[in-house]
Ligand binder design. Structure first.
Ligand SMILES: [Zn+2]
Length: 278
């Protein structure tokens, strides 16, 4: 799933390319594409795109008084639609513009989880943004202290919980824990001030580096294209200490970590049935 840096850089590209374009139409292509009943997306027709922004893992097309909030989910993409065919492959929804161009929301496969919410006014306190935690790139040490306060879950899980902190997925959770030299299985609420400072610095630098890298691209990077020290590097030597990067596999994701850097040399059971790790 794309994370904060990929989405932020993509929003910037879309603003450059489509900012100022006049909306001519919006059409959901699948039955589940449009998640809201009101306002009518047609009410934005004739207005221009102010900007494409980002909140958490959502893209926001701000068109006059209306905001189209787009969630790409796992494999969705929001891309210029050069062909504008009647039945676009993997097409979910399409925006057309008065200058003849179009944007297409695509999602491969059959899950059809990507979607569009049309909201009037400030989208921050409306679905789907309502209840999101603060964006990870906005947090100082006190901000992180507030994120983990009372969250007794494991750090890796809290980092990926969008209600706690927004914008971090599997890759950044792995990379931030590694850079901060924190165990992904540490209890988030028990981090001390020194550990919170390490978490703050690691989060800021991991996100900034990824954003710099994404800004050099002309498209949103796929997971395997994104660089990292431990994510997608299980079995490789840790670039910091040379120990072997280990993993704990879950059904839908892998926690990758370096024992020497993060768990005091302890190799955790690579077993999803382990009670200790659940
Ligand atoms: Zn290491």
């Amino acid at each position: 799933m794309p994370e904060l840096p990929e989405l932020q850089a993509h929003a910037e590209r879309l603003t450059t390319d489509f900012g100022g374009a006049e909306l001519a139409g919006f059409r959901p292509i699948t039955f589940t594409a449009l998640k809201t009943f009101a306002p009518d997306p047609a009410s934005a027709v004739g207005s221009t795109v102010d900007a494409v922004t980002r909140r958490g893992k959502h893209l926001l097309l701000v068109v006059g008084d209306v905001t189209f909030v787009v969630h790409l989910m796992q494999g969705g993409r929001l891309v210029p639609d050069e062909k504008q065919s009647a039945k676009p492959r993997n097409g979910i929804a399409r925006w057309t513009f008065a200058d003849g161009r179009a944007l297409l929301l695509t999602e491969p496969g059959t899950e059809r989880k990507a979607g569009v919410w049309v909201v009037a006014g400030d989208p921050e306190h409306q679905a789907p943004l309502e209840g999101l935690g603060p964006d990870a790139d906005t947090l100082d040490v006190d901000g992180w202290a507030a994120v983990v306060a009372g969250r007794t879950g494991r750090l890796h899980g809290v980092l990926r919980d969008q209600q706690a902190v927004a914008g971090i997925g599997r890759r950044l959770a792995n990379e931030i824990c590694h850079r901060a030299k924190l165990s992904p299985f540490a209890s988030a609420a028990k981090l001390d001030r020194t550990q919170l400072e390490a978490l703050t610095a690691a989060s800021a630098s991991c996100i900034a580096e990824s954003l710099d890298e994404e800004r050099t691209r002309d498209h949103m990077a796929r997971s395997a294209e994104r660089s990292g020290a431990v994510h997608h590097h299980v079995g490789d030597p840790c670039p910091v200490c040379g120990d072997t990067v280990r993993s704990v596999e879950y059904r839908s994701y892998t926690v990758a970590y370096c024992p020497t850097c993060q768990t005091g040399g302890k190799v955790l059971a690579d077993n999803t049935t382990s009670k200790f790790l659940k």
